[in-house]
Design a protein. Structure first.
Length: 246
């Protein structure tokens, strides 16, 4: 029970990596609040996870929604020890083909949302004597990919913000780290893997010969959220089956 007594907010918690992290945190003794824009999906996930999980519908790019999410967490569980910034969108396109609307939406959710929620929870972490923020970046924070110009740029920003925030809050015992996954079997990835040949090509990009599983990312999140990583801040944990080692 490595997270016993801790309270966590997990964005994008209704499915995929976020849901797997919520499940892992509850198994380790935490109380969790999962947030996302799809209230029905969130409610289903919360029911599956159990009584220690609260679902709160929220768009992380909206200040009022973020404030409501934090207030709901405090009202229910009285404190905040952990934040997992997982909510993200992947809208494909090159510098020429992506629309201004899609570019702005990518940064509103993937970058601004991370900032808004981090800013909102910091006072509560400070009051609790410390905390852990885990940002979900991407292997594309470090390497490029075709047709992913906005997503890659946004995830590069996530990695840079992680390092800057880690320095800003280290003296307050608030640790900030990020996980950079390769391609993980989620609903988001499934939308881009309907063509079997394209899927095989993407799998072949990973030296281990397969996509990752959400639970494999969740295991790293548990470590970074727990006291086991008490001297770890500003770090990037890459979980990509060897993708970025090539």
């Amino acid at each position: 029970m490595r997270l016993s007594g801790k309270v966590a907010i997990i964005t994008g918690g209704g499915s995929g990596i976020g849901k797997a992290i919520a499940q892992a945190f509850v198994r380790e003794g935490a109380k969790v609040v999962i947030a996302g824009r799809d209230s029905k999906r969130l409610d289903r996930a919360a029911t599956e996870i159990g009584a220690d999980c609260l679902a709160v519908s929220a768009d992380v790019s909206n200040v009022a929604n973020v404030e409501n999410l934090v207030s709901a967490t405090i009202n229910r569980f009285k404190k905040i020890n952990i934040l997992v910034n997982n909510a993200a969108v992947l809208l494909p396109g090159t510098a020429e083909s992506i629309s201004e609307e899609s570019f702005d939406q990518t940064f509103a959710i993937n970058v601004k949302g991370l900032w808004l929620l981090s800013r909102a929870v910091l006072p509560y972490m400070r009051a609790a004597g410390g905390g852990s923020i885990v940002n979900i970046a991407s292997v594309l924070s470090m390497v490029g990919a075709r047709n992913r110009v906005a997503y890659s740029a946004s995830k590069g920003a996530v990695m840079a913000m992680t390092k800057a925030m880690a320095l800003d809050h280290a003296a307050e015992n608030i640790r900030v780290n990020c996980i950079a996954p390769g391609i993980v079997e989620t609903e988001m990835v499934a939308r881009f893997s309907t063509d079997e040949n394209a899927r095989k090509q993407r799998v072949a990009m990973h030296p281990m010969g397969r996509f990752g599983q959400p639970q494999e990312v969740a295991s790293a999140a548990v470590f970074l959220a727990s006291d086991e990583s008490g001297w770890t801040t500003g770090s990037v944990v890459t979980i990509d089956g060897g993708y970025s080692a090539q």
